[in-house]
Ligand binder design. Structure first.
Ligand SMILES: Cc1cc2nc3c(=O)[nH]c(=O)nc-3n(C[C@H](O)[C@H](O)[C@H](O)COP(=O)(O)OP(=O)(O)OC[C@H]3O[C@@H](n4cnc5c(N)ncnc54)[C@H](O)[C@@H]3O)c2cc1C
Length: 356
């Protein structure tokens, strides 16, 4: 993984300009800084405060496993919506043979995020500090970010881009977190992975690529796997046709009708899901609160597996392991883990049959 040293706090910073402090230098923080400073004439300076040693990577893009792919095509991952080819050009410039339709490694995307800031540091409008912000207070003239190294950074505005909260490690050390440092890869024996979404796929792919020979069991309540990406184009959907404020049941039947429309036009349900995407936050905000709760209880798991899809390469690796019997899915809910001598046991309340 490529890293850049975070700039020294003593680097000249254009002190006369209005100042934005961004707390969190994952993809959101870096993209915001890049957008704010993209035009060299914008009279603004930005400080990015990031607690980790990598900029732009956060949880998602700091993996070093080349088998962990973006779940979005190159063509849809440009940092700049008005320059959709930006990421593909960046890949080409470093000699990667990537088309817009392919899925590249997430570590590569982290390097792209890091590179976005490199040209912006030259004119003194950007500085990046490696520190953790422990407190943010409003002052008479703006805000002040208090850092764990004792510095206080005054600014006119602050943006919280602190992203995902990592789960606390299991105090008993029985369950290894998916986003912790990689566990030593077991070569034999059974590994139980709790969950069956994209992070489960990452873990399974890492195990398989490290030569794991034992069984892999993916345990989840419904034993559903993320669906696979396929070629297609989002269905054009105008804001006027979106049933804002409708109950969940109506919104779901509207979505099913859209999928039927996409299929009638020679596409797939994916075109409907992708077509709805730009309207999701408006749809969610307008949905009655009781219906939102109902959605989370009943429909969210189904929505998730259709919305967050697998690159075909990852799906093929998984399918080979399922077909060979090395991997299986188990429907049930995880009920805790225990140690029995040298054996770890995952306890599960069965909720249904083993998925085939
Ligand atoms: C495993 C995984 C895979 C994903 N894959 C994709 C994908 O393929 N395509 C896609 O579009 N999206 C993907 N996502 C979604 C992805 O999370 C977002 O696209 C994006 O990375 C979120 O970035 P973020 O900056 O909001 O959060 P984060 O990536 O979590 O970054 C937040 C940053 O803030 C820092 N921070 C937090 N608190 C402080 C503090 N107090 N002081 C200083 N620094 C602090 C953290 O160290 C971290 O670096 C994935 C997510 C995960 C978890």
């Amino acid at each position: 993984m490529k890293t850049i040293a975070l700039a020294d706090t003593s680097a000249p910073h254009a002190a006369h300009l209005p100042h934005v402090v961004i707390i969190g230098g994952g993809a959101s923080g870096v993209l915001l800084a890049a957008h704010l400073l993209r035009d060299p004439a914008t009279p603004l300076r930005v400080t990015v405060i990031e607690g980790r040693h990598m900029l732009g990577c956060g949880v998602a893009y700091s993996t070093s496993d080349p088998g962990h792919l973006l779940n979005t095509r190159v063509a849809n991952m440009s940092a700049f919506p008005d320059d959709p080819d930006h990421f593909r050009r960046w890949l080409g410039a470093r000699g990667d043979d990537a088309t817009g339709a392919c899925f590249v490694g997430r570590a590569t995307y982290g390097a792209y995020m890091t590179d976005l800031l490199a040209p912006l540091s030259a004119d003194g409008r950007l500085r990046c500090l490696r520190a953790t912000c422990t407190r943010l207070v409003t002052t008479r003239v703006g805000v002040a970010a208090h850092l764990d190294d004792g510095q206080v950074i005054p600014a006119d505005r602050a943006v919280l881009a602190t992203g995902h909260v990592l789960p606390e490690p299991d105090p008993e050390g029985l369950v290894h977190g998916a986003w912790q440092e990689a566990a030593p890869p077991p070569q034999g024996g059974r590994v139980v992975i709790i969950g069956s979404g994209l992070s489960m796929v990452d873990q399974a792919i890492s195990l398989l690529s490290h030569g794991h020979r034992g069984e892999i069991v993916a345990l989840s309540r419904r034993a559903q796997l993320p669906r696979v990406h396929a070629a297609g184009a989002p269905l054009p959907i105008s804001r006027a046709e979106v049933p804002l404020g409708a109950p969940m049941s109506f919104a779901l039947s509207w979505l099913r009708d859209l999928a039927a429309r996409a299929e009638a036009q020679g596409g797939t349900w994916r075109d409907a899901v992708d077509g709805v995407r730009p309207h999701l936050s408006a749809l969610w905000r307008a949905m009655p609160v009781d219906d939102r709760a109902r959605f989370l209880r009943h429909a969210a798991p189904w929505w998730e597996v259709h919305r967050h899809r697998l690159p075909p390469e990852s799906a093929a690796t998984l399918q080979r392991a399922l077909d060979s019997g090395q991997m299986r899915q188990l429907a049930g809910s995880f009920d805790g883990a225990s140690r029995d001598g040298a054996i770890l046991r995952a306890h599960c309340a069965r909720a249904g049959p083993i998925a085939s």
